[in-house]
Design a binder for this molecule. Sequence first.
Ligand SMILES: O=P(O)(O)OC[C@H]1O[C@H](OP(=O)(O)OP(=O)(O)O)[C@H](O)[C@@H]1O
Length: 294
Amino acid sequence: MDILIGFPEGAALAGNLAARTGLPLHQVSLHRFPDGESLVRLEAAPERAVIVRSLDQPNAKLVELQFLAGALRERGAKELTLVAPYLAYMRQDMEFRPGEVVSQRIMGRWLGGLFDRIVTVDPHLHRTHDLGEVFPGGRSAALTAGPLLGAWARAQGAADQGWIVLGPDEESDHLVEGAASAAGVQGIVGLKVRRGDHDVSVGLPAGTNLTGRTILFVDDIISSGGTLIDAAKVAYAHGAARVLAATVHAVFPMERLEAFKAAGIDSVVSADGIPHPTNAIGLSDLIADCLAVL
Ligand SMILES: O=P(O)(O)OC[C@H]1O[C@H](OP(=O)(O)OP(=O)(O)O)[C@H](O)[C@@H]1O
């Protein structure tokens, strides 16, 4: 028997995926003990299971996934698939300073040991370009939500209003291309320099003229929002009339919206891999199509 397994915080996406795949949905229930330990409960013994959980705020979630995968194997599961629209620890992909742990590599080995198939969306692979390098030996798929961000923009009238899609750095190139072509508008890729967690600047190609245009900033992740705020500043300095943002993974706290508003950012929307009040773009069709062929 094949089933889909969801966790409490991700009920919406798991529900949509169950409807789209036709797999029966089983919900894990969780209990956190006063000492911080987790109790994971699921009454099912499937032969094959697709487990849906985004790994933002990852540490407790990873331990709970390990417990669940271990229990399902004990009950005889032959194939376990992880659908983690947001994959944690992908940003630490090298030893930036001597002695730093390369979390991406170790996380890849860990998850690769638990799951036979891994599906994710726009993973932060800025230097490791192939998800297969992170999960050697397993079947994995890195999907992109760029065209979905673009379809959202198109539905807002982007083509008629002459919006421009702007990504902050060369790693956003594929998102810009996917979003701009689906929206039917021009795309521009900037040049980002990061000097620290909250110290980042975005440059635009020489000769860029944004006079009177609406700019749709796109990025894989909005975390502190420093990149978005600086990109908005630069866009306005180049004549933009309005700045909006669309991201795949919204990991920022809602309190940051005030700072975004103060920087002249009209609105922020996100894909629904990470549950967030800004969710406006559904990923379930994209993921379901992938599961059918992976
Ligand atoms: O909202 P923020 O806090 O600004 O973070 C989001 C930005 O950070 C990430 O890139 P990062 O600068 O980590 O890229 P790198 O891996 O190339 O250093 C990501 O691609 C965004 O551009």
